[in-house]
Design a protein around this ligand. Structure first.
Ligand code: PBG
Length: 321
């Protein structure tokens, strides 16, 4: 036998030497859930270890993460029903919880990168990412809301805007609004290939943002499609996106590879709430080694071609790296 692949696996040192993919804390973005109040921490029941935090506690959490090397955070607001309406007007209130949080984070941690979420659902009484009229999502009218939201976030100090809404034309529209507002340095990480997935369930628990009727299939992509992901990515590229994201990550590793092979922008992958919940739930029951499963999943996402990984595991994984 001339070829014995096991020779390159025979010791830890050799295995390390020939390792093709390496995770680093600089790969990670940690999503954070902000809520109103002081000194409040409320665990998301379907996401063990992940909490909605009031601003004061969030600043402490960020300090701990920064000490571990995690330096980019993606913020999501949990708002009471009373702050939600049909047009998501709270999303562009400059004195709202969300812009306040961005300002406070950038004030205390000027070097930290703050990524924001641009979509109506956390602020919408309909629980949808766009304006709903007679049961239909109004694409172009929604863009105006998204523009105001993005501008408010940029004014508060956001570094990366993350449109997660899947409306057509939103990347180009937001790029124009940001540039006209004097924010040409604010980047756009587009949720390019965002699928209508069952794996978002725990996130919707975290924000109480589940759609009040219907589903998101007229704007999020059909999980059966991969060629369509190229169309979405191509448009986002042409419209000025700085990063292309695939979401979810683990059931869509082929899409991560597809975009990485076809586009020369950094590819991000969102290891979503349900993917986190599955590993945590199995680990709690002793059915899986949670730490090993976590590291293997993150490694696989990177191996598939993601340069950036949004993951609720960021802090825990950082401890092991
Ligand atoms: C909605 C949004 C969702 C997530 C991020 N932004 C869920 C949805 O489309 O309903 C999901 C994130 C996760 O599951 O971790 N704009």
């Amino acid at each position: 036998m001339l070829r014995r692949p096991r020779r390159n696996r025979q010791s830890a040192v050799i295995r390390d030497m020939v390792q093709e993919t390496r995770l680093s804390v600089t790969d990670f973005i940690l999503p954070l859930f902000i809520m109103e109040g002081k000194n409040v921490r409320s665990e998301v029941s379907s996401m063990p270890g992940i909490h909605r935090l009031s601003l004061d506690l969030m600043l402490e959490e960020i300090q701990e993460c920064v000490d571990l090397g995690v330096q980019t955070f993606d913020l999501f607001p949990n708002l009471p029903e009373s702050k939600k309406d049909k047009y998501a007007t709270e999303s562009y209130n400059p004195d709202g919880l969300y812009p306040q949080a961005i300002r406070a984070i950038k004030d205390r941690f000027p070097d930290v990168v703050v990524m924001t979420d641009v979509a109506m659902d956390p602020y919408s009484s309909d629980g949808h990412d766009g304006i709903v009229e007679n049961g239909k999502i109004l694409n172009d009218a929604t863009l105006e809301v998204l523009g105001k939201m993005a501008l408010t976030q940029a004014q508060a100090g956001a570094n990366i805007i993350g449109p997660s809404d899947m409306m057509d034309g939103r990347v180009g529209y937001l790029r124009q609004v940001l540039d006209e507002g004097g924010f040409n340095e604010v980047a756009i990480m587009s949720y390019s290939a965002k699928y209508a997935s069952a794996f978002y369930g725990p996130f919707r628990d975290a924000l109480d943002s589940a759609p009040k009727f219907g589903d998101k299939k007229t704007y999020q992509m059909n999980p059966a499609n991969s060629r369509e992901a190229i169309i979405e990515a191509q448009l986002d590229f042409e419209e000025g996106a700085d990063f292309l994201m695939v979401k979810p990550a683990l059931a869509y590793l082929d899409i991560i590879k597809l975009l990485n092979d076809n586009f020369h922008l950094p590819i991000a992958a969102y290891n979503v709430s349900g993917e986190y919940a599955m590993i945590k739930a199995a680990a709690q029951r002793g059915w899986l080694d949670g730490e090993r499963a976590m590291m293997e999943a993150l490694m696989a996402i990177k191996r598939a071609g993601a340069t950036v990984i949004l993951t609720y595991f960021a802090k825990e994984a950082a401890r092991l790296l």
